[in-house]
Design a protein around this ligand. Structure first.
Ligand code: NAD
Ligand code: AKB
Length: 313
């Protein structure tokens, strides 16, 4: 087993990493997946397979772990998200860019073969068409996070063209999950609301009631991620990052759907600095290029997501 090729997940204790590790272990076998993070993950991630403490900014420690486990693929998820990044812009830039470079350079040196790195709808800005946002369009992000993701996309394409690095990426919408909590984004309201609805039958939302954003159920996101990584290389025409759509709704529409399950639920709205970030993002994404290239289609609608969230929280 020692020499078996393995997959490294960096940021495995986070909202996506937690579920990605569990799904990768199910699909490929627990002994082939190395989960890593700077913080302790939940019990299932920690105890269900291999886990290493790793700071992605420490390139020597990274190389040691890659060599120790014979890592050939990396999912690089460690980053500061949009809201947290606005609180600490210089560190966000450092983590989001250096973390990516440390992985890209391993592939450039042919130490690893394949990379997944996520981008975000935050690459778009207020000058981008808001409805059916195309794959290739104006990208003038105004957030620190969006700037780092757009730069990351450009570097991924550069490493593919210049060094033949097999790097793959999607622009996730806001993700909704019940196995793990979100880690400091603008779309986090769409997870918090379910906890508050069940606990207090009341939620104070930090976005305006009519602020429509693209969102996605975690199962869809994990499916998109793994199917992109499994697609034949010649199908992957976009080496910056693919649009994927999910489902679009605003807080008011979400509240209405939750009320169908919890009639006494009420919401109030106190928009804060995150409203400005959300306002600069698209309302609805066109994912047709992902469908044409590698067959991706978002599956889950809002009533399904609400049902699952209320059942599982
Ligand atoms: P998260 O904040 O929940 O998780 C990130 C994880 O990275 C955390 O467990 C954190 O401890 C870890 N981390 C932070 N610094 C690290 C370091 N120096 N070394 C190693 N690990 C470190 O984030 P997430 O929601 O799981 O997002 C993962 C990726 O997906 C990020 O790149 C994010 O930008 C992207 N993304 C997420 C969403 C979403 O809605 N969750 C949407 C679009 C894009
Ligand atoms: C955030 O809100 O920062 C993330 C994202 C859309 O990238 N959920």
């Amino acid at each position: 087993m020692a020499n078996q090729e393995k997959i490294l997940v960096v940021g495995a204790a986070g909202q996506i990493g937690t579920e990605l590790v569990l799904e990768l272990r199910l699909r490929y076998g627990a002994e082939t997946i190395v989960a890593s993070d700077i913080k302790t993950p939940n019990y299932d991630v920690m105890e269900g397979g291999i886990f290493e403490f790793l700071d992605i900014l420490d390139d020597k420690a990274l190389l040691k772990i890659v060599q120790k486990h014979n890592i050939k693929q990396v999912y690089q998820l460690a980053a500061l998200l949009s809201a947290t990044a606005e609180q600490n812009p210089m560190f966000a830039w450092k983590l989001n860019m250096e973390g990516l470079f440390n992985i890209l350079n391993l592939a450039k040196e042919k130490i690893i073969d394949k990379i997944f790195w996520p981008s975000s709808i935050a690459v778009f800005g207020s000058t981008t068409p808001k409805i059916q946002t195309p794959q290739i369009t104006i990208t003038e992000p105004s957030s620190v996070y969006g700037i780092s993701k757009l730069s990351g996309e450009r570097w991924c394409e550069y490493y593919f063209k210049k060094f033949n690095v097999d790097v793959r990426s999607v622009r996730y919408p806001g993700l909704i999950s019940h196995k793990s909590q979100p880690g400091g984004g603008t779309t986090d309201y769409a997870v918090h609301i379910f906890y508050e609805a069940k606990k207090h039958q009341n939620y104070e939302c930090f976005l305006k009631s009519d602020c429509t954003l693209p969102m996605m159920y975690m199962d869809d996101a994990i499916d998109a991620t793994i199917s992109l990584m499994e697609a034949p290389g010649n199908k992957i025409k976009i080496r910056s990052s693919y649009n994927i759509a999910g489902v679009s709704f605003n807080p008011k529409e979400l509240v209405t759907e939750i009320k169908r399950h919890i009639p006494e639920f009420t919401a109030s709205y106190s928009p804060d600095y995150r409203q400005q970030l959300a306002e600069s993002w698209p309302a609805e994404i066109d994912e047709s290029i992902a469908y044409n290239d590698w067959g991706w289609k978002s599956q889950y609608d809002m009533p399904f997501i609400v049902n699952q969230m209320l059942k599982n929280i």
